[in-house]
Design a protein around this ligand. Structure first.
Ligand code: PLP
Length: 444
């Protein structure tokens, strides 16, 4: 049954606009994560504008925003320095030339200085593209075809990896069956994918022992941010690094969410792991579409000598580069991350206390400015735990209660809350006040 908004009158204009949009745009939206079937039932909100940590919808409701455009608005909406840099770039330079500019090298230098595992970096537009290139590069470098990826993760929508995001649970936990994300993905790709359970060192070790000679890459998010928020257990990423290194397998960290968010050096800096290739997107561009793929010089040499083509008309366009250069300067401000980590911790701790005091079967998991509330009686270590134990109906009530009180985040229990550099202590307090009310309603 399709859930309705309890206070539907608050969202009436959004409902009207959605009815119009659906006539012309399949599903009424331009990306799956905004669709009704991704949780925005009975219709998504239509947004009028955003400023800092706040957004206002077309009905005039104002929200403290933890959706942050699904992550890219790390500096908040319309961060002045990024906006000014983009406007200046358009007015003084233009939007693109299909020829390089000195600004690209400046940006590459900043990215490489921030992330020690990067010896060289290439820019593109989206996380999907950057992952696609990293996987292709790993295959070209190793001469092998198989790729290990983990159930419950998302690495963009290209054919080679758009599998087993949130599949119906099938196969054993040790060897889940690859499940395509809908029709249209060639069946043959299945043979090149090994789907594993995350946070399981033994499973990874056995697979590499058995099939390592055919495995080009292990592709992982360093924190599982696409099934709520699941942290790597102690020693897991280290074991992954060690096992892949010994087997000559390229370790790819998909830092589309964690990059430049957990710190300037991303999750790899936070956990002290050096992957071979890394992918960044949502953290770099101050809200503009910019992505980056980079890593070891000997692997990137395939791009450098022209053997592996990495193309893109819009890659490193003037706007993207200006935005990312300005965003990188903001992120490099001394003390910036200490502040956002403190705010995030206040939110995590506060929510945890409130849910516990209300005796709800819920807990908060997060690292730095990424978190999620799990409604579950059991700990969640991997996708299968989530599929078995996450209470989506309770999450929906929690989400709607918070929405009605002016707190915005994604309605999907497998998504995240994101804190931005623009959230203030006051924003966190107001959020916790709303959470107290909602928790007490849910408890009764
Ligand atoms: C970990 C991860 N990788 C890749 C992607 C794809 O990025 P994009 O939406 O920019 O194509 C996403 C998007 O949510 C992501 O979360």
């Amino acid at each position: 049954m399709t859930p309705a908004y309890t206070n539907a009158h608050r969202y009436a204009k959004s409902r009207e606009l959605f009815a119009e949009a659906k006539k012309l745009i399949p599903g009424g939206v331009n990306s799956t994560a905004r669709a009704t079937w991704s949780g925005w039932e009975p219709h998504p909100l239509f947004i009028d504008h955003g400023e800092g940590a706040h957004v206002v919808d077309v009905d005039g409701n104002r929200y403290i925003d933890y959706l942050l455009g699904l992550g890219p608005m790390l500096l908040g909406h319309r961060p002045p320095k990024v906006t000014q840099a983009v406007v200046a770039a358009i007015e003084k330079q233009g939007t693109m030339f299909a020829l390089p500019s000195a600004e690209e090298t400046k940006l590459a230098r900043k990215i490489i200085a921030a992330v020690p595992s990067l010896e060289q970096v290439r820019l593109c537009n989206t996380g999907t593209e950057a992952v696609l290139y990293a996987v292709r590069l790993a295959r070209a470098f190793t001469g092998r075809s198989k790729v290990i990826r983990f159930e419950g993760m998302y690495h963009g929508f290209s054919d080679s990896v758009y599998w087993s995001k949130h599949p119906p649970v099938s196969g054993s936990q040790d060897r889940p069956h690859p499940v395509p994300q809908g029709p249209g993905l060639p069946k043959e790709i299945e043979r090149s994918l090994i789907i594993l359970n995350w946070n399981d060192i033994e499973g990874l070790k056995e697979t590499i022992a058995r099939e390592g000679a055919d495995i080009a890459a292990v592709l992982t998010e360093p924190v599982m941010c696409n099934t709520g928020c699941i942290l790597p257990e102690a020693g897991y990423l280290e074991a992954m690094r060690d096992l892949t290194h010994r087997a000559g397998i390229v370790l790819i960290f998909d830092e589309v969410i964690t990059g430049f968010r957990l710190g300037l050096s991303g999750a790899q800096g936070h956990y002290g792991i050096t992957p071979d290739l890394s992918v960044f997107a949502k953290g770099i561009g101050g809200g503009f579409p910019v992505a980056a793929m980079g890593g070891r010089r000997d692997i990137m040499a395939l791009v450098a000598d022209g053997k592996l083509s990495m193309a893109g008309t819009y890659s490193a366009n003037t706007i993207a580069v200006a935005a990312a250069n300005a965003a990188m300067d903001e992120l490099s401000t001394p003390g910036a991350y200490a502040e956002i980590h403190a705010r995030s911790q206040e939110l995590r701790d506060g929510l945890g206390r409130i849910l516990q005091d209300a005796r709800l079967p819920a807990f908060v998991v997060g690292v730095g400015p990424v978190l999620q509330v799990w409604f579950s009686k059991h700990p969640i270590r991997n996708y299968r735990d989530a599929a078995r134990h996450a209470d989506h109906a309770l999450f929906r009530k929690w989400w709607e209660g918070m929405l009605d009180r002016g707190i915005l985040f994604h309605p999907g229990a497998y998504e995240n809350l994101f804190v931005s550099f623009a959230h203030t202590k006051d924003d966190i307090e107001v959020t916790l006040g709303a959470a107290r009310e909602v928790a007490s309603t849910l408890a009764s």
